[in-house]
Structures are given as C-alpha cells and as structure tokens.
Design a protein around this ligand. Structure first.
Ligand SMILES: *[C@@H]1O[C@H](CO)[C@@H](O)[C@H](O)[C@H]1NC(C)=O
Ligand SMILES: *[C@@H]1O[C@H](CO)[C@@H](O)[C@H](O)[C@H]1NC(C)=O
Ligand SMILES: *[C@@H]1O[C@H](CO)[C@@H](O)[C@H](O)[C@H]1NC(C)=O
Ligand SMILES: *[C@@H]1O[C@H](CO)[C@@H](O)[C@H](O)[C@H]1NC(C)=O
Ligand SMILES: *[C@@H]1O[C@H](CO)[C@@H](O)[C@H](O)[C@H]1NC(C)=O
Length: 242
C-alpha cells in the first residue's frame, strides 16, 4: 500500500514535470535559433567591410546554414575595418569573384575552436578554403599564454579580441586581413598543382613538340646517310604530298 502511494506520487510528479520539461526543451532553442554571424558582427561594429564581403560572396549564408545543420560549429577570424583599410587600395576589388570567396573562406574554420584550444591545435590549421596539403592556403597558429599569433606566410597578426563565443560559434577579431599564399604569394611552382590540370587539357599540345622532335631526328638521320636514301626519302615525301 505504501509502495503504491509512493509510486503514485512519483508518477503524479513525473506527469506534471514532463510536459513542463518538454515545453522548456521546445521553447529553449526556438527563440535564439542558430547564431546569425552578420547580425553579431553588425552589433559589434567595426566590421563593415567584412560583413559586405560575407554577403557578396555568400559565405555568410553558408556559415549560417552550417551553424543550423552541423554540430561541428564554426570559427571565424574577422578582420576589422582598419585591417581592410590598411591594405593597398584596390587589393580586394582586383580579385576575381572566386578569389574573394576563397579569401573569405580562408577566414573560416569549419569547426569550433575555443580560445584556449589554439594552444594544442596542429599546424597548418585547416580552413574552409581547404588545400592544406598543397600548401597554398597555410594558416599557422602559435600561442604564448593568451596571446594567439597567426601567420599565413604573407602576413603575421594576433587575435586582438573575442567578438563572440558560444557552444557553436566563435568569432575572433584580427587586425590584419589574412592573405593566403595562393592569392597573394608568388605563383605556384610549376611542379606542384600544374601537372594535374595540364595532363588532361594539354594532351594534344604535348604531342606536337614530340612529333616535331621526331621529325627533326628523322631529318638528321637522312642527312647522315647516303644520297640514295635521301633521294628515296624525297621521293616518298613527294609521293605522300600527292
Ligand atoms: C542575419 O542577420 C542579418 C542582419 O541582421 C539579416 O539581414 C539576415 O536576414 C539574418 N539571416 C538569418 C538567416 O536570419
Ligand atoms: C534551420 O533548419 C531547419 C530545418 O533543418 C529549418 O526549418 C529552419 O528554418 C532553419 N533555420 C534557419 C535560421 O535557417
Ligand atoms: C607573437 O607576435 C609578437 C609580435 O608580433 C611577438 O612578439 C611574440 O613573440 C609572438 N608570440 C608567439 C607565441 O609567437
Ligand atoms: C606552417 O606550419 C607547418 C608545420 O609546422 C610548416 O611546415 C609550414 O612551413 C608553416 N607555414 C607557415 C606559412 O608558417
Ligand atoms: C612573420 O613572423 C616570422 C617569424 O615569426 C618572420 O620570419 C616573418 O618575416 C614575419 N613576416 C612578416 C610579413 O612580418
């Protein structure tokens, strides 16, 4: 009887608590939703150019979609307006659309890195621009205490502020635009990425130099042999041209 009473009370409590908990669970994520990177940066101020580029390249939409659909989170290095204005005039506008997308994706890590975790991250850090293995988008981090230095091989900078940090999005202010080697460095050495492209496209082009070489070898052979063969070769080529 006592058992019955206790379990009845327990069930009564559960019945009352469950809907409340469910209601809280349902309520909790809905109003905040996934964080909106442009809204956060607008509120922070000082990021007008970066916001404009997030919009024009649609990387901002990609980030918002990733935040809504992936559990990995996102880390963003946001260059301040001062960072952009200290670039030589026209630097950004002279880039192709594709390069602008890559540049902005270079400022995004497709996973969350809380500030303290930079101490143990391995270099080169993988960015949304990808291509770590070919070494054309290296982003290296070194830390000392709370100081986090970033180098791209073109620029060195330091995280100067944490703009935003939650369980899925971290935004760090940087005082320089992170310029990747792929876009701002010396041209890639012909050895690395070039053969992949030229193998397919260049087949017919590659054949002509070698047939030229064959022809000149044949001419040399002809000149080094007797006039009889030379005459024969001339006759054959006359016959071929008819
Ligand atoms: C994010 O915020 C910006 C600016 O506040 C707004 O224009 C945009 O519609 C928002 N995007 C989403 C997905 O809510
Ligand atoms: C997030 O994704 C869900 C579906 O997975 C969609 O219904 C919702 O509108 C999305 N929210 C935003 C802010 O994009
Ligand atoms: C970070 O950079 C500053 C100067 O830019 C330098 O003094 C400092 O030693 C660097 N720290 C690390 C950990 O690389
Ligand atoms: C980044 O770090 C990797 C691994 O330590 C190193 O091989 C590479 O040269 C570094 N690149 C730059 C630009 O510092
Ligand atoms: C960046 O820092 C490294 C040493 O940490 C230095 O060798 C290099 O010259 C610096 N590059 C620029 C562009 O300041």
């Amino acid at each position: 009887m006592q058992h019955f009473t206790i379990s009845s009370i327990a069930i009564l409590l559960l019945v009352q608590l469950i809907p409340e908990t469910l209601a809280q669970l349902a309520d909790a994520p809905a109003p905040p939703g996934p964080p909106n990177i442009t809204a956060i940066l607008e509120k922070a101020g000082q990021f007008g150019t970066f916001i404009r580029l997030l919009k024009s390249t649609h990387v901002g939409d990609q980030i918002n979609n990733q935040l809504n659909s992936s559990l990995n989170g996102i880390t963003v290095f946001a260059p301040s307006d001062n960072a952009f204005s200290s670039l030589p005039p026209g630097t950004i506008n002279s880039l192709t659309d594709q390069q602008q997308v890559a540049l902005i994706q270079f400022h995004e890590l497709p996973y969350l890195v809380p500030l303290a975790q930079f101490q143990t991250i391995s270099n080169p850090v993988r960015t949304q621009a990808g291509d770590v293995n070919n070494g054309r988008y290296p982003l290296n981090v070194t830390t000392m205490g709370k100081q986090v230095n970033i180098t791209t091989g073109i620029i060195n900078t330091t995280i100067s502020d944490t703009v935003h940090s939650d369980y899925q999005l971290a935004i760090y202010e940087v005082d320089k635009v992170l310029l990747p080697i792929e876009i701002f460095g010396p041209p890639a050495p012909a050895a690395a990425p070039a053969p992949v492209k030229s193998k397919q496209k260049g087949t017919s082009i590659a054949e002509s130099p070698s047939s030229v070489a064959d022809a000149s070898a044949a001419v040399k052979l002809i000149w080094s042999t007797t006039g009889g063969i030379l005459f024969a070769a001339a006759a054959i080529s006359l016959w071929l041209s008819n």
